[in-house]
Write a protein that binds this ligand. Structure first.
Ligand code: ADE
Ligand code: ZN
Length: 320
């Protein structure tokens, strides 16, 4: 029996495929700064996180209406269902859209329309996590959270993403305290490009319940012990790590060492349209390049369901 997977680390804007960028540009009468779709595709070569983020934010220009966000989210669910995903918790970046003049209410309307029917349409239970852009002023994060609370947005959590180095979690301590007080779950990208210290901060200052990426925890044995002892899940994204040059190749990825250390590792696609694939592609790569076994895959799948914010009833159903 194959255990279904929960995907816990996926940016919905990072599931925007080149074909859909062209379709939405046409629908919204937006001129793209590319000669054609092949020219766009030729730009999917990254040297680090920032080189990817530049293209990721530029391509969001085609997302204008609630319908665009609903279509984007449904396209992800359709592909995720084919990848064996039964539960999805995905990020979205409100600040990036509001800064372009797209109201948060439109973003939420579209995303939540797709979330509300994902179980019926795709057999995927789902939830959205608003992610703070850590390379923007703290004030922007505070305003975003205030607006989310004012609109009573039906999201499950607050996350922290974008350019990591030089933008430590400590900057956002108060924002995350407010989110926790509002009953939101809290997660944070840490230890992708940034140092282990940022993972300590995410735990101690933000109260992060999961660490997104966290691969650089391996540089700090005391931190590894803490993550193991407190059973803090890590949402690891192998193909992303290779495409953003965190590791040179998948065969050098430390995922197996992480499992052997007793860390609660899960496998995720991060930005599947940009990094060479969805969750199934990540598992296939790990099988091929790392010799991932069926029982290891099973552990990873079970970890993902246990680490999710799904109800206990849903978790029990998926773990059966
Ligand atoms: N935003 C989208 N993908 C990201 C990643 N891998 N790290 C940080 N911010 C992101
Ligand atoms: Zn990410």
């Amino acid at each position: 029996m194959v255990v279904p997977v929960a995907e816990l680390h996926m940016h919905i804007e990072g599931s925007l495929e080149p074909e859909q960028i062209y379709q939405l540009a046409e629908r919204n009468r937006i001129d793209l700064p590319y000669r054609d779709i092949d020219d766009l595709r030729s730009r999917y070569e990254f040297t680090d996180l920032q080189s990817f983020l530049d293209l990721y934010f530029a391509n969001m220009a085609v997302l204008r209406t609630a319908e665009d966000f609903a279509d984007l989210t449904r396209a992800y669910f359709r592909r995720a269902a084919a990848a064996g995903v039964a539960h999805a918790e995905f990020f979205f970046n409100p600040q990036a859209h509001v800064a372009r003049g797209v109201p948060l209410s439109a973003v939420l309307e579209g995303i939540m329309d797709a979330v509300s029917t994902s179980e019926r349409e795709f057999s995927i239970s789902s939830a959205a996590i608003a992610a703070v852009l850590r390379d923007q002023p703290v004030r922007g994060a505070e305003e975003m959270l205030a607006e989310i609370i004012r609109l009573q947005a039906p999201i499950v959590g607050l996350g922290l993403d974008s350019a990591e180095v030089g933008n430590p979690p400590s900057l956002f301590e108060d924002v995350f305290a407010r989110a926790r007080a509002e009953g939101l779950h809290v997660v944070a990208h840490a230890g992708e490009e940034g140092p282990p210290e940022y993972i300590w901060q995410a735990l101690d200052l933000l109260g992060a319940e999961r660490i997104d990426h966290g691969v650089r925890a391996l540089e700090d044995p005391a931190l590894v012990q803490r993550l193991v002892d407190e059973e803090i899940p890590l949402t690891v994204c192998p193909l992303s790590n290779v495409r953003l040059r965190v590791f040179d190749t998948l065969s050098e990825h430390p995922l197996r060492s992480m499992l052997e250390l007793g860390l609660i590792v899960t496998v995720n696609s991060d930005d599947p349209a940009y990094f060479g694939g969805y969750v199934d592609d990540n598992f296939a790569g790990l099988e091929k390049e790392l010799g991932l076994t069926e029982s290891e895959r099973d552990v990873l799948a079970r970890n993902s369901i246990k680490a999710s914010f799904a109800s206990s009833a849903r978790k029990a159903e998926l773990l059966r």
